[in-house]
Each structure stands twice: as structure tokens, then as C-alpha cells.
Design a protein. Structure first.
Length: 145
């Protein structure tokens, strides 16, 4: 069974992608990562019958790090699809977004998000957040897969 990737990142902001990649390197953990810059790409990967995820008997990722404000299919719609599908519902989804709206937090948790984190503006704190997310969800947490 293929184990790639450990982390699926769904993020459209290239600066945030680079900061997340740098923070992943800083953890010292070997983390295979797949990046999608819009919700449609991620949905195709997870849900198209002929996708690598569906056809290669691929082990699910240990974590999906999902921004809400992404193009084509927004993060909330992608979250709802992930949590309503038998093959993806058990994958932890951490919302990592700039939105501090209570309604967004409530809707995400009601839709099955495992965690909701607001992106810090400070680069050092941003990097620390990523390190803590990885430490908990990819190192400490025992997933079902």
C-alpha cells in the first residue's frame, strides 16, 4: 500500500505555502506533503474515481491542513465533502485560516473539522503553530489508518 502523502495542504497563498514548507523542514520530521492551491484540485484528488487516491490503494494522509478561502471550491465545501465520504471522513482536518469569524468556526466544527486555527500574522509564531500542528497530528496522534 502506498503511504504518500503524510500531509495534504490545501492553500492558495504562495507565501503561506512557503512558510509552511519551511516550518515543516524545521520540525526535523520526514513529512511527505502534497499541495493543492484550490479546492477543485483537492476534490479531484480525493473524489474522482480514476484519481491516484481512489485507484492506487493509497493509504490516506495523516492530516489535511485546509484554508477556508481557496478558489473554485471553498474550504468549507471541501470539508463537507471530505467528512461525508466513507474513504475520507476519518482523516483529521485542521482548518488553518485567517478568518476569525465565530460563524466560520461554528460551521466548520459542525461540518466535522477536527481543529480550527487562525493564522498568526507574526512569521515566527506562524512557524511555531505549524511545528505544534505537526507534532500533535503527525507525530503524537494515532490515526485509524
Amino acid at each position: 500500500m502506498t503511504t504518500y502523502p503524510d500531509l495534504v495542504l490545501v492553500e492558495d497563498n504562495h507565501d503561506d505555502i512557503e512558510m509552511i514548507k519551511d516550518a515543516l523542514k524545521d520540525t526535523g520530521e520526514k513529512i511527505s506533503t502534497l499541495v493543492f492551491t484550490d479546492g477543485a484540485e483537492a476534490a479531484q484528488f480525493f473524489f474522482q474515481p480514476d484519481s491516484r487516491f481512489r485507484t492506487n490503494n493509497m493509504q490516506p494522509p495523516k492530516l489535511i491542513l485546509l484554508d477556508l478561502k481557496i478558489p473554485k471550491i471553498n474550504g468549507l465545501e471541501l470539508l463537507k465533502r471530505l467528512k461525508s465520504d466513507d474513504k475520507t471522513r476519518h482523516i483529521p482536518v485542521v482548518i488553518f485560516t485567517s478568518s476569525n469569524a465565530k460563524s466560520d468556526r461554528m460551521t466548520c466544527y459542525q461540518s466535522g473539522a477536527n481543529s480550527y486555527l487562525i493564522k498568526p500574522l507574526d512569521a515566527d509564531i506562524f512557524s511555531e503553530y505549524i511545528g505544534e500542528i505537526i507534532k500533535y497530528w503527525l507525530v503524537m496522534n494515532e490515526n485509524v489508518s
